[in-house]
Design a protein. Sequence first.
Length: 100
Amino acid sequence: MAAMTVISLTAVPDHLRGALTRWLLEVTPELYIGTISARVREELWSRVTVSVEDGTAVLAYPSDNEQGFTVRTAGDRRRSPIDFDGLTLIGFSKERAKPA
């Protein structure tokens, strides 16, 4: 079943932005929203994680959990999702995270 999906990007290559506009609406620069299937969402996220380079990306979509959504991140970032007893909280570090 299709569900609302939100992808936010920062400082990513133009080709990635172009690829996302084929499936999602770019409502503001680097903020994409659309109703897509889980299969399409996973394929798009796979492309994002491979292509993010020095930028950052955040994916949010509905999920059957206490909060009603799931958050994923990719790239060099200061904010990271942390699981706290089944709830997703956002951890913030003073320095940018080092790529794994």
